[in-house]
Design a protein. Structure first.
Length: 182
């Protein structure tokens, strides 16, 4: 079992900042730089770090925003940038971080949590095991240029409101979760 630490985004140490850069390069080096700059602009409010002894071996970003969907005000939480260094994978570390992240989002009173899974990679199976379910239609978000973009691979889980999650999942409307992807 790894040691987990929740850190507000405004308080990372120099070591944690460097670990963020290193892990992002290792885990997301295949993501198009233009997409990162234009689309992944939502800012984390905090991170979960996983440690083995004194080494950071994983991280997960946490997001939160208020939106309106179907005339209802909703607080959505999100997890993004889930990354575990190659030498520490397949040991349950990502699962631990996701579960801890969901606990934080519950304390933040998020109705639901969502994330976007790269369907070409099989990491979505991990999210399914934790309880996330795929939306069967596209979602939309606004990028840095103000363009509305559409994507698939979005997964949801109820946090504080199963009713809100059911509303979103059963609706036929496109779920627009605001400015910036995570």
């Amino acid at each position: 079992m790894s040691k987990l630490q929740f850190v507000l985004e405004k308080n990372p140490t120099v070591v944690q900042k460097q670990a963020i850069k290193n892990l992002q390069k290792e885990c997301f080096g295949d993501v198009d730089i233009q997409s990162i700059e234009d689309d992944f602009i939502a800012k984390e409010f905090g991170r979960i770090f996983a440690y083995k002894e004194n080494e950071i071996i994983g991280m997960l970003g946490l997001f939160k925003r208020n939106i309106t969907f179907a005339g209802k005000k909703i607080t959505i939480g999100g997890t993004g940038g889930v990354c575990v260094t190659a030498k520490a994978r397949r040991k349950g570390i990502a699962t631990q971080m996701i579960k801890r992240g969901l606990e934080v989002l519950k304390k933040e009173k998020c109705d639901i949590a969502c994330l976007n899974a790269d369907l070409k990679k099989k990491a979505y199976k991990l999210y399914e095991k934790v309880g996330f379910k795929f939306m069967k239609r596209k979602i939309s978000f606004e990028n840095i240029k103000g363009e509305i973009k559409y994507d698939t691979g979005t997964m949801f889980i109820p946090i504080c409101s199963k009713g809100v999650c059911d509303l979103i999942m059963k609706s036929k409307s496109i779920f627009h979760y605001g400015r910036g992807y995570w």
